[in-house]
Design a protein. Sequence first.
Length: 321
Amino acid sequence: MRSDTPEGAGTVADLGEFSLIQRLTVGRAQPPSTLLGPGDDAAVVVASDGRVVASTDVLVEGVHFRLDWSTPEQVGHKAVAVNLADVTAMGATPTAVLVGLACPPETTVELVDEITTGMWKEAGRARVGLVGGDIVSSQTLVISVTALGDLQGRAPVLRSGALVGDVVAVCGRLGWSAAGLAVLGRGFRSPVTVVNAHRAPEPPYAAGAQAAMSGATAMIDVSDGLLADLDHIAEASGVAIDVRTDLLEVHQRLVDVGTALGADPRHWVLTGGEDHALAATFPGPGAVPEGWVTIGTVWRGDGITVDGRPYEGPGGWQHWR
């Protein structure tokens, strides 16, 4: 907690809206893409391409995070990461985030401080500015982040561009967040590397632009599960996609956790969400850039198969189901 909290200002109600905003923003460094940061009616961000990629996600306490499972700093990290991953999945370079925070009046200033610290740190890792937002009163802690990105002259990579004969590749971790969630759900807090993958995902921010420059025909952020998200590409593109399990990496740490919990780690890799890896299609093996792993093929038809067969069970997360 910062040391400049006025005496008696233990909660956000004690400190007040405008003092809290000033506390969370003044003195923070901004990247060159931020021409005007917090403090005015709106921010001004560089958009040299003439187009702005924009995406918004909402995180609700008890649905997307639990403060008995994650530190406030990890929650802030996650809120920024999941939004920037969507911008990256369009082939854009992230430039800025705007944050909306709704919280009960009894929320401590220390809690908000720590959430914001996580946001600033992750924004720094992605080399983007946290350029503004809003704070309001609510009965539930809710964080809404809007992410902006710059295409830098490139065409956006859509879900609808996959072609028959393309190969499917991924960049980033798969199954780690689902394994971490399973560990937490059993009441454990270790292994820490697996649990932290759920608490604070690490999207490969540079990989989206890399894929776009390598000729990716379609791309998506793996937020709901690999099969579920590839199915979005298949449906939008009017194609079928087959995933080969012999090409999927199942890390030994996931194998160990699966053995301990009596779970199949391959299921986490295929259907687990919230790792925020990127999945994309490319016009042949030679187009797949360094750091990406080929895992399947685009075929004529529709839907998703695994090793040529329909996958038994849900392919990922869906709200209200």
